[in-house]
Design a protein around this ligand. Sequence first.
Ligand SMILES: O=P(O)(O)OC[C@H]1O[C@](O)(CO)[C@@H](O)[C@@H]1O
Length: 225
Amino acid sequence: MDILFDTANLDDIERLTPIYPVTGVTTNPSILKKEGRVDVYKHLRRIREIIGPDRTLHVQVLQKTAQGMIDDAHRLLDKIDDKVYPKIPTTEAGILAMRTLKAEGVHVTATAIYSKTQGFLAIASGVDYLAPYYNRMQSLDIDTKGTLTALSGFIRRFDAPCKIMAASFKNIVQVSHALEAGADAVTLSPKLLRQALSVPDITNAVDTFIADWESVYGTRSLPDD
Ligand SMILES: O=P(O)(O)OC[C@H]1O[C@](O)(CO)[C@@H](O)[C@@H]1O
């Protein structure tokens, strides 16, 4: 299972990567916008430094034509490093860009996925990750779980070297539903993870165990022997 941080915030990535079992970081232009007008390549190289070479870094291209997307992907690989996964929107131009980049041996993440059709086209184009937009699909009344289950079935049936990285989460329930439906990976903001762990019931359970111990032994520590 892959869990990725959907953020470009350096403080969060630096502080939380050692804590959570994250396997990578995803960004897009809207996520980068939250950091202000940063020196974008420097910023992304710093993310790479923090997460190290073994975690994946997914960065979106900006152009809408196939050639523009390919040029953007090359720019990202050149300016950040050759391990970056360019994120290519799954449009008609994007499909051509994906196929061209895969033929060059580049890792590719297909993004902006709302449908099974986009998904199977990206799978057939040989991409490494598919990023279906969980919350945005739900808001359109699309059968999100059914779409993920079908895509996961296609991947298995055709033995495609592709993982589903569900994205666009607005609450933690969507995340577990995506995993139940067949997502191999989920990308979510660190804030969602922290919110999920800071519910009062969890804290209360831990406090009650300590209080029970203390009421018997008069201390909050385990004995040395
Ligand atoms: O709906 P949102 O919150 O804008 O999310 C869009 C999603 O698309 C992605 O760009 C796909 O990787 C994620 O980084 C993000 O989770």
